[in-house]
Design a protein around this ligand. Structure first.
Ligand code: ISL
Ligand code: CA
Length: 550
């Protein structure tokens, strides 16, 4: 079944998304790795939860240096996840249940195992050579001293051609040369082929990095060192080419745009932009490394800035978690389930398209890593060894390396006491360790408990689904001068919703601005029941967030 693509082109504006990390979602054949059949078997759950589409992290053939973000074949499925037929079944079954399917498009780079790179590296005359970015070797020195996202040089030497090739991520992920028209043509073919497989859109990986600066540009050494890789002049040529392709195929797009700031967002999304929605990477900053704690005030102020910028034009992809971030309940809420409810209220009441990351709706937490062999993410392991080399003890090095590690988000989904397996034996054989707290923090227990994080998500999602104001109303915030509390309205006049987000972990007393009090509000939902009436001064319990309707 194909969902009508052209009748409702803006379907994503009123939709709720759910991000699936296929390796860790559901294992259907007991090999310890999540797979496509596993995902398909969970659609009834996603239906119950109330999501409209899923985004699948990469499932293509890959040597898994970066868990699938190093693609060796864009048009095939990694065997551990199943077959192309399994994917067709997944897409069909999703569509039958009115769930759309978004794939991850990783075209800033490929795997070094991709046929193009295998060819490209053999000689300067090879037809695929210019698919990648090369500089000649002089005196065995890298062409410049730029540092990439993994903390190493952007250059790796290639003996066969006596050249260096460019990579923003691992050396096994060479960057594609977007200046080469043959690269553009090949990528468009791939996008078209996927469209023919009936997918509904793409999340565009590392999109802001496609255009490189001249190699004699100086890279700064401060916090802004990666600006040199983002949103560079000339990127609009590549973005508009992609835009035309997506438009003509009616594919929804959400671009991951690291290094793009709220003030330039309109260039990316909206009537002048190239993509339907943007994933910004500004809202999370660290407050402490161990334990992992993020700055709550920064979260609220950055999200407010983004909401204001895209209030009338453009659209935001809203998220608090993904496969690259530690768990939000841990970094903002000290593992308190009430914090997860407060964060859910934020995620599901802002203007934009909310994305729930698997397990977030259960209040899944960071994992306490106890041995180095539990680490999977190469950059995390790299950090661990760096700390050891600096003379730090094993225990402390492990804590420091893993506290903010991406691995925290990648532990298996906690469906039962055994995680994503159905028995104790299989649960010991998973590709990555299951968080031991699955014995008490899991889907089965959550579903039965009316006060659980999951049931709160369920209620909120269904509230948003039937409320046009929460889906499309504009945003207006009120400054009450409290670092951990955000008050805002969503409005589609004459209708208004008033939302109070409280991320403080201790009781608070606040004054509500007069301009708000002059309206009539009735209570709808609160993270802590009973839902309080609005009043000039309010005593809020820790993580008490509230929604009122006019
Ligand atoms: O731009 C950044 C910071 O300003 C980077 O965070 C960068 O955009 C980000 O690391 C890109 O992440 C994505 O591509 C990576 C992959 O490892 C991540 O999992 C993915 O989300 C390489 O494909
Ligand atoms: Ca499996």
């Amino acid at each position: 079944m194909v969902l009508a693509k052209d009748t409702d082109q803006l379907w994503w504006r009123s939709a709720i998304g759910y991000q699936i990390y296929p390796r860790s979602f559901q294992d259907s054949n007991h090999d310890g790795i999540g797979d496509l059949k596993g995902i398909t078997s969970r659609f009834p759950y996603l239906k119950w939860l109330g999501v409209d589409f899923i985004w699948l992290n990469p499932i293509y053939t890959s040597p898994n240096i970066d868990n699938g973000y190093d693609i060796a074949d864009f048009q095939n499925v990694a065997s551990e996840y199943g077959t192309l037929d399994d994917l067709k079944t997944l897409i069909n079954s999703a569509h039958q249940q009115n769930i759309r399917v978004i794939m991850d498009l990783v075209v800033n780079h490929t795997s070094n195992q991709h046929f193009w790179f295998q060819e490209a590296q053999t000689s300067r005359d090879n037809p695929y050579h210019d698919f990648y970015i090369w500089q000649p070797n002089h005196n065995d020195q890298a062409p410049n001293n730029w540092t990439n996202f993994t903390g190493d040089s952007v250059w790796t030497y290639n003996q066969a051609t006596d050249e260096w090739y460019f990579h923003l991520f691992a050396p096994e992920q060479p960057d594609l040369n977007w200046e080469n028209q043959s690269v553009q043509t090949e990528i468009i073919k791939i996008i078209t082929w996927w469209s023919e497989q009936n997918i509904d859109g793409f999340r565009l990986d590392a999109l802001s990095h496609l255009k490189k600066m001249p190699f004699d540009t100086l890279q700064s050494t401060d916090d802004y060192q990666f600006e040199i890789f983002a949103n560079n002049p000339g990127i609009e040529v590549f973005l508009s080419l992609l835009h035309q392709t997506f438009q003509s195929l009616h594919l929804m797009t959400i671009g991951e745009a690291g290094g793009v700031h709220a003030d330039t967002a309109k260039f990316w999304t909206g009537s002048q932009g190239f993509i339907d929605m943007i994933f910004e990477l500004e809202h999370q900053v660290r407050q402490t490394q161990v334990p992992p704690r993020a700055n709550r005030n920064h979260l609220l102020t950055r999200l407010t800035a983004w909401e204001n910028t895209l209030n009338t034009d453009g659209w935001l992809g809203l998220y608090l978690e993904n496969h690259d971030q530690p768990r939000s309940i841990t970094v903002y809420g000290n593992d308190n389930p009430l914090a997860a409810k407060s964060l859910a209220t934020l995620l599901l009441s802002l203007r934009g398209t909310p994305f729930i990351y698997q397990g977030e709706e259960l209040g899944m937490t960071n994992m306490l890593f106890t041995t180095p062999d539990q680490i999977d993410d190469p950059p995390t392991y790299h950090d661990y060894q760096r700390f050891l080399a600096a003379g730090i003890s094993t225990d402390v090095a492990l804590k420091q390396a893993t506290s903010w590690s991406r691995d925290n988000a990648r532990t298996p989904m906690q469906w039962t006491n055994f995680g994503f397996s159905d028995n104790e034996l299989n649960s010991k054989n998973t590709w990555m360790v299951t968080n031991p707290n699955t014995t008490f923090l899991n889907y089965q227990k959550n579903r039965q408990d009316p006060k659980s994080v999951l049931n709160y998500y369920h209620k909120l999602i269904h509230l948003r689904r039937k409320d046009e104001v929460l889906k499309s109303g504009r945003f207006q915030s009120y400054d009450i001068g409290h670092p951990d509390i955000l008050i805002f309205t969503r409005y589609l006049l004459p209708d208004k919703r008033l939302i109070l987000i409280n991320l403080a972990s201790t009781p608070q007393s606040i004054s509500i601005p007069h301009s708000i009090l002059s309206e009539n509000w009735h209570t709808i939902i609160s993270t802590i029941e009973p839902t309080p009436e609005i009043s000039p001064t309010m005593q809020l319990q820790p993580f008490q967030s509230i929604i009122w309707y006019n």
